[in-house]
Design a protein around this ligand. Structure first.
Ligand SMILES: *Cc1c(COP(=O)(O)O)cnc(C)c1O
Length: 431
């Protein structure tokens, strides 16, 4: 049994192997950006073919969506989808209690109130039973998130939405390429949103986002909202008339061109990622007390983030707090060169913005609906348990050549698990 790196042993992942590039910037990406720079159209507010319309068309065709509208980022995409679906002051929107903050902020941007529902302990996605419990006469929409790249339970969510007459906006920021019963996520609800932010599975060289929908009218409303409420039509001069509330949520041609070049390589990257991650998780699945993420039957997981749960009892540490075991494993694995980290330090409803109701002044929009704010530390037991007993791996596995690195990570897990007595000492001291 080799000595742990935390106690002076040699790290399982040598220092020179640890750096991983993401996104991968290739010659095609550089060329696409330079061509866009030399092109006539730098923004999406002009008619005719341009890198933005190319990206919209390619994204729709590649994954199988009917309409696609490119916007400035994934947060704007969510807010614009809500606006286009007429969600506004006095409305409530049900969102999961574990997600990136943007999912909770977007309803507030529309002066609607986010209502948080707990999550499923296996998929980490919104729990349909809890969604149904939280529906009120003010509920207008549900935003399921395909968190970490795992499809949410769209069968149940669409059934609930139909029963109560609610809109469904899929937050697919982490899940391009994921499918649910053979359908691409984002295209199952009324609208789906994506992010092209650099850390995502299909990145641009900065910020970008996309909306998809089957509904042509909704797509038109999104296009108007993207550009000051104007109607921009090919072959017609811009008339500068606003037909409704709009924003400037346009994406620029350079971001679109870069994302287009990345999209062209996505299938190859995706195949490599599926193979690398599947092999890695198969190796780890043997370790006692470790629960690896899994794709549910009839779904494709996009593996944006890998979340591992640790069970003290199964690890042989009955009575030790999960946070103590998580802390010990985090320290020992990081010393071996595995960059384990926490993704989300608290449930969304614990964020100060929601607890203190810091919106548009005077408790607005919460004061309009009379909806109670959230209380830090209360409710959401599944989300709290998962934050307490899990760690994540981010970005490193996205690189198509990450297979060897993941093999070294698995060696590091094996080594730490072979030294379980040391982990126990650490965890007990912290407990
Ligand atoms: C990244 C992300 C967003 C926001 O996307 P941006 O492009 O950064 O604004 C929204 N929801 C989820 C789940 C995300 O991961």
């Amino acid at each position: 049994m080799s000595k742990l790196a935390a106690f002076g042993g040699t790290a399982a992942v040598p220092r020179h192997r640890r750096r991983v590039q993401w996104p991968l910037v290739e010659e095609e990406d550089r060329k696409a950006v330079l061509d866009a720079l030399d092109g006539a159209r730098l923004v999406s507010d002009t008619d005719g073919v341009n890198p933005v319309s190319d990206l919209e068309e390619n994204w729709a065709r590649h994954f199988g969506y009917e309409h696609c509208v490119a916007v400035s980022n994934g947060t704007a995409a969510l807010a614009l989808a809500l606006a286009a679906l007429d969600v506004g002051p006095g409305d409530e929107v049900i969102v999961p209690s574990l997600s990136f903050i943007a999912t909770g902020l977007a309803p507030v941007h529309q002066m609607a109130v986010p209502v948080f529902a707990d999550i499923d302990p296996v998929t980490f996605n919104i729990d349909p039973d809890d969604v149904e419990r939280r529906i009120t006469p003010r509920t207008k929409a549900i935003i399921p998130v395909h968190l970490h790249g795992a499809p949410a339970d769209m069968d149940r969510i669409t059934a609930i939405a139909r029963k109560y007459g609610l809109a469904v906006i899929e937050d697919a920021a982490q899940a391009p390429g994921a499918t649910h019963r053979g359908r691409p996520v984002g295209g199952i609800g009324d609208a789906g949103s994506f992010s092209l932010q650099v850390s995502k599975n299909i990145p641009t060289c900065g910020e970008g986002g996309l909306l998809v929908t089957r509904d042509a009218e909704l797509a038109e409303a999104m296009r108007r909202g993207r550009q000051f409420g104007e109607v921009v039509k090919a072959g017609r001069d811009r008339d500068y008339v606003s037909y409704g509330l709009g924003w400037n949520f346009k994406i620029n041609a350079l971001q679109a061109a870069f994302a287009n070049a990345q999209l062209a390589r996505f299938d190859g990257y995706e195949r490599a990622r599926q193979r690398n991650v599947t092999e890695f998780l198969a190796r780890l699945s043997e370790l006692p007390g470790l629960r690896v993420p899994a794709a549910l039957p009839d779904t494709t997981h996009a593996w944006h983030i890998l979340r591992f749960r640790f069970d003290p009892a199964a690890f042989g540490l009955d009575g030790v707090r999960p946070e103590a075991l998580r802390g010990a494993l985090r320290r020992l694995l990081r010393a071996e060169g595995v960059p384990m980290s926490q993704y989300q330090l608290m449930p969304l409803p614990d964020q100060r913005v929601f607890v203190d109701r810091v919106g548009f002044g005077s408790g607005y929009p919460w004061s309009v609906t009379g909806a109670p704010g959230t209380v830090a530390g209360e409710g959401y037991p599944v989300t709290r348990a998962i934050i307490a007993d899990s760690l994540t791996l981010q970005k490193r596995h996205l690189h198509p050549g990450a297979g060897e690195l993941l093999g070294l990570y698995a060696d590091a897990f094996d080594k730490v698990w072979a030294n379980r007595d040391m982990v126990a000492t650490f965890a007990k001291a912290a407990s």
